[in-house]
Design a protein around this ligand. Structure first.
Ligand code: TH1
Length: 776
């Protein structure tokens, strides 16, 4: 770093560590690319608008099997390794589960020696930083690049022009499109190191640059300096920010431009790498698979067809067949507001050639399938439907949990499933045990290794060998100590970072995830109010002390859940300062939940809240991280909860609530919310306290809208599930009162989480979707 060690700051040490670790990975990185090229290996291209990798350095050290020696070297230098890595920014290039899943999958692909590129955008500003002011969420820009991106390499030599706008001529032969502008996509590569360091893949993120001629020199010379830079500004805006919406509406021109930019640059790169070693484009499916992470990169089909037809002279039908063989699509949601549709007029304006190709694909579906395709429309009511487009351009479409896939088949794409039975399959999500156990929970990881030996890191099914130890009191005690250690670690961090005191002896009950009405943070906080009321009514009873921890961000425009954030903070302010209940109930909501915070919270949790309205959470992945770290789940039959419960056993899972079918039926009953509230005295007491302004004395009517909505509409069935949730929480208390029983249940959860490794999920993708054998 050009600095005397004696004068080096923590930042210098961190930059030096980043360069050192990258260097340690470089031989493998080059070898992996060379082998893929020279042996003509098929490789996966994972296209995603979001990646949430978390801090990179400690993970790199672990996967290179260098963590202990790095730490020891720092000791020799009189520097604390933990302090060095604690300064690393957490790249927030995603919103939540979808982006984190992409990161887990890249790590597993590298671990399994599956040749792969992750492709995404290098947002200058990631997801906003969250603060609270008077309990309200305030968003500030996230500046993750201020000290550079030292673990990555910028590759100015790898750049592609991405066309926008202009005109198309009516015939499809040759170069039909004369775009108005071209932006340049420049590559930034981050090594993705597999466990053991034997295989290293690449995460390639594009940043947008103006083409050199975008500065309008004539306008500039005429004195119109700002006007002259208009197009240039637009170019720079493109990779400036991540859209902060998670499974909610977006319909902006910039977003479509971002999606096209990612897709075009990535598909051009895939073709470029193919043509380095091959000539015959008909062999593309033998060398490349492209996976679309939701519909955000669903222009990959039309873009691949465009490049094959317009730039490489392939016939349309051949190009379309090739696209289908190469592409796969993962659906992550059924929520109507998250199913992307783009106005035809916007598409014509920005991407006229793609629109032409989509129209032609639509005709082709009808030509091939005749009247069986009568219900299939890629374009309807003036909108391009990206889900249908993704399905008809893919050979495989997958959902992310058994229940979700079933609903995708039956409710979302029944017409398409009927055309090509078997195209839709399930691949239940998974999480990487390297980050979510080895890195996040070193004490538990060490205990596991001491008990069953090493190897579980890449063979998570081996956790089953813990099961016999669930009867051994010594083991259970050691297990309890790991939980305690994690709680103390969390307590120190909460104190140092936020000045929050954590009572470590209490039951830690945690709900961390994006804020959304369907995730029902509201149910959780209403129950918390009820608990408070009951403690006050019977202070002499033997209440299990609880700390309710919340974490998560709301989309800035999603006012309904911003009210819930404020309610949680308002309730917290009152409850936490109540001397009568303080020792039995506390609410903690540290701001700015992210991957780094998850690594501290999840290992410390006793109880994991997975309480979405059944049928609405496609999978969830936090649910898996908690169970792997020995928290018990209180949850509904939704998403992957169903499969987690099957694995860990019904007796080791706190189930409550309506099923997905019952939810649909209940919504049909007029006045269902009112009826449920009238039947539940505890819920009435809670709503009355909130409506009276108990938690907002300076503005008693603050939550009247929220309360009113609950009585009169309640789409997410908070009222209907309240009593069942309460009963289940009482069972939680009962179980927790018997520490050995609780520990046994927790150990059983850990022992049976093997199948939720992302290695299992990625192997499934490799076999059933990508047709890629491991390279080693
Ligand atoms: C999430 C799903 O809500 C969650 O259930 C799932 O576990 C996760 O994806 C991974 O499969 C989704 N995130 C997004 C983000 C956007 C649009 C749709 C979804 S679905 C922007």
């Amino acid at each position: 770093m050009g600095v005397e060690p004696s004068r080096a700051q923590l930042l210098d040490w961190r930059l030096a560590l980043a360069h050192t670790l990258r260097e340690q990975a470089t031989d493998s990185w080059l070898d992996s690319a060379r082998r893929t090229r020279e042996d003509g290996l098929k490789s996966v291209n994972y296209l995603s608008m979001e990646f949430l990798p978390g801090r990179l350095l400690e993970d790199a050290a672990i996967n290179l099997r260098l963590r202990d020696s790095v730490s020891a070297s720092f000791d020799d230098l009189g520097v604390n390794f933990a302090d060095v890595v604690a300064g690393e920014p957490d790249p927030a290039l995603g919103n939540g589960g979808l982006g984190r899943l992409a990161a887990c999958y890249l790590e597993s692909m590298a671990t399994l020696a599956c040749p792969a590129h992750g492709y995404g955008l290098r947002y200058e500003r990631g997801l906003f930083r969250q603060h609270f002011e008077d309990g309200r969420q305030v968003e500030r820009p996230d500046e993750w690049l201020t000290s550079g991106d030292p673990f990555s390499l910028s590759r100015p030599a790898t750049a592609y022009a991405v066309p926008f706008g202009g005109e198309v001529s009516d015939d499809d032969g040759g170069t039909a499109w004369r775009p108005e502008t071209r932006l340049v996509a420049a590559a930034h590569d981050t090594p993705v190191i597999g466990y053991g360091g034997g295989w290293v893949n690449t995460l390639r993120l594009w940043s947008a640059l103006p083409a050199a001629d975008l500065l309008d020199l004539d306008r500039f010379s005429a004195g119109d300096f700002f006007g002259a830079a208009e197009t240039e500004t637009w170019a720079r805006t493109l990779s400036r920010v991540l859209y902060p919406t998670d499974t909610t509406d977006l319909g902006r021109r910039l977003r479509l431009s971002q999606e096209h930019f990612l897709t075009s640059a990535s598909v051009q790169d895939v073709l470029h790498r193919f043509l380095e070693t091959q000539q015959d484009l008909r062999r593309l499916p033998e060398h490349a698979a492209i996976q679309m992470n939701d519909t955000h990169p669903a222009l990959a089909g039309p873009e691949l067809i465009r490049l094959l037809v317009d730039e490489h002279g392939v016939g349309f039908d051949t190009a379309a067949d090739l696209a289908v063989q190469v592409l796969g699509y993962t659906n992550h949601t059924l929520l109507p507001e998250a199913l992307e549709m783009w106005p035809v007029d916007l598409m014509r304006h920005l991407l006229p050639r793609h629109l032409q190709i989509i129209e032609r694909l639509d005709q082709r579906v009808h030509a091939v399938h005749g009247s069986a395709a009568d219900d299939v429309h890629l374009i309807e009511h003036g909108q391009v439907k990206m889900g249908e487009l993704a399905v008809v351009t893919s050979h495989r479409v997958n959902g992310v949990s058994a229940l979700h896939t079933d609903l995708v088949r039956r409710n979302l794409f029944p017409h398409l499933e009927a055309l090509t039975p078997g195209r839709i399959l399930n691949v239940t999500n998974g999480i990487t045990p390297r980050r979510w156990l080895a890195l996040a929970n070193p004490a538990l990881a060490d205990l596991v290794t001491e008990t069953i030996g090493p190897g579980w890191e890449t063979d998570l099914d081996r956790l089953r060998e813990l099961e016999p130890h669930a009867e051994d009191p010594n083991f259970l005690e050691a297990f309890g100590r790991t939980k305690h250690l994690a709680k103390h670690r969390l307590a120190t961090w909460l104190d140092e970072e936020h000045g929050i005191e954590l009572p470590v002896e209490a039951l830690l009950d945690v709900q961390v995830k994006r804020l959304h009405e369907y995730k029902r943070q509201l149910l959780n906080i209403l129950w918390t109010v009820s608990r408070w009321q009951r403690i006050k009514a019977d202070p002499g009873a033997d209440w299990v002390p609880r700390v309710k921890i919340f974490g998560g961000k709301a989309a800035p425009s999603y006012t309904a859940v911003k009210d819930i954030i404020r309610l949680i903070n308002d309730v917290g302010a009152v409850i936490n300062s109540d001397p009568e209940t303080r020792e039995r109930l506390r609410i903690i909501y540290p701001p700015n939940y992210n991957v780094t915070m998850a690594e501290k919270l999840i290992p410390a949790a006793d109880l994991s809240e997975q309480i979405s309205t059944a049928g609405m959470e496609a999978s969830g992945t936090g649910n898996m991280k908690f169970a792997l770290n020995g928290a018990l789940t209180i949850g509904t039959l939704d998403g992957a909860n169903v499969e987690i419960r099957e694995e860990v056993g019904a007796e080791n899972f706190f189930l409550f609530g309506l099923t997905a079918d019952e939810v649909l039926a209940r919504r049909e009953q007029p006045g269902h919310a009112r009826a449920a509230i009238e039947q539940s005295q505890p819920l009435q007491d809670v709503l009355q306290a909130i409506a009276e302004g108990t938690f907002s004395p300076e503005e008693p009517a603050r939550y009247s809208g929220l309360v009113d909505h609950l009585w009169n509409s309640d789409w997410f069935l908070v009222a209907s599930d309240f009593d069942a949730y309460n009963s289940s929480q009482e069972l939680v208390d009962m179980s927790y009162r018997d520490p050995l029983r609780w520990q046994r249940m927790a150990v059983t959860n850990v022992a049976r989480m093997g199948s939720f490794s992302s290695d299992r999920a990625v192997r499934h993708y490799m076999r059933e979707i990508w047709n890629v054998p491991p390279a080693q």
